[in-house]
Design a protein around this ligand. Structure first.
Ligand code: MG
Length: 343
């Protein structure tokens, strides 16, 4: 009997040691889900199960904007959101046409993107490469040159997600302008990278997913559509549009949202955000919050003047930052309901 006890004790100790080892080396998001793909209205991992990712979006990468100058586009920041928020995704919002953007300063902006993508790969995170423009259909050749470069360098990594048109304006027609643009850009990406996810923006600052659902892209693989919301402005009427799109079989990704108003400012609408979180959980939607920035406005997650070293505590976070950190931190574990309004 003594011998059996000793064996059992040894087994128990060994099991505990293995358990703690597993906990200290929790699988990364990319190790867990692998290459993402679209199946029906779901984005699934290599295991065939829905993959619902969460993490922040960086602010516009443009030089000289609000003092940011893309300074948060670095490995320390990416590592911080992985380790402290358990973020499974981060979005790089590469400004294009405005002052200090990719068109004016291609090398500088592309280097910012590379720093974030390289860091995301090192951390086992997904990274959304966002062509952050409102009128990209007017210069598809710039988007094609940009995404060909991204696909050549990073198309072999399952981490990378292409977002080819951030927010087309309300006056940019889905069928006449956005869809033809998407067809051109997707074809060029697919000539280099046959499989990584491509996310397509929709009319009216990526709200009219119902228009895309009425006339979706044909003969494309692993393509999903962008839905953006700001809870202070966008409520049930926008969820109804999303529902129409999902019911018609479109896969959606919320590559940008805020708990504030659509202008990026104002207070946190936690009650409406709780409804959105419940909706996103129900359909396994991936989401990124706008924005990991210290600009003086309600949506910013960092207090003004926060150094870009990623050595941050909760004292560096704004109300929005702390609220959204907790949403990301618990995204895999908690089913959000209206009861979460106090977060
Ligand atoms: Mg690939």
């Amino acid at each position: 009997m003594k011998f059996i006890h000793r064996v059992l004790k040894t087994v128990a100790v060994a099991s505990l040691a293995l358990l703690s080892l597993a906990q200290s080396h929790a699988a990364t998001a990319v190790a867990t889900h692998g290459a993402l793909s679209v199946k029906g209205n779901q984005i699934i991992g290599a295991d065939g199960k829905p993959a619902s990712l969460a993490g922040p979006s960086l602010f516009w990468s443009n030089s000289g904007w609000e003092g940011n100058e893309g300074r948060y586009y670095n490995a320390d920041v990416v590592s911080y959101v992985q380790k402290n928020w358990n973020a499974s995704v981060i979005r790089a919002a590469i400004g294009v046409d405005k002052r200090g953007g990719y068109q004016a300063e291609p090398e500088v902006n592309f280097a910012r993107l590379e720093r974030v993508v390289d860091a995301a790969i090192a951390e086992g995170m997904y990274v959304i490469v966002d062509f952050h423009a409102h009128d990209a259909h007017q210069y598809p050749e710039v988007a094609i040159e940009f995404f060909e470069k991204v696909a050549r360098k990073y198309g072999k990594y399952p981490n990378v997600i292409y977002e080819i048109y951030n927010e087309p304006l309300n006056t940019v027609d889905w069928s006449k302008q956005i869809k033809p643009y998407a067809e051109k850009v997707i074809a060029k990406i697919r000539a280099i990278d046959p499989d990584n996810l491509i996310i397509v923006g929709t009319q009216t600052w990526s709200q009219d997913v119902d228009k895309a659902a009425a006339n979706p892209l044909k003969n494309v693989r692993n393509v999903a559509y962008t839905l953006h919301f700001y809870a202070g402005t966008h409520k049930q009427a926008l969820r109804d549009k999303a529902q129409i799109a999902l019911d018609k079989g479109l896969a959606l990704m919320v590559t940008e949202w805020g708990a504030v108003n659509a202008n990026g400012d104002g207070g946190l609408d936690k009650a409406e955000t709780a409804l959105w979180l419940e909706f996103m959980h129900k359909y396994n939607l991936t989401h990124c919050q706008w924005a990991l920035s210290d600009k003086k406005e309600g949506a910013s997650q960092l207090k003004n003047g926060t150094a870009p070293d990623g050595k941050w505590t909760d004292a560096n976070l704004t109300d929005a930052g702390l609220y959204e950190k907790n949403i990301v931190l618990h995204w895999d574990k908690v089913k959000y309901t209206g009861a979460d309004t106090k977060r």
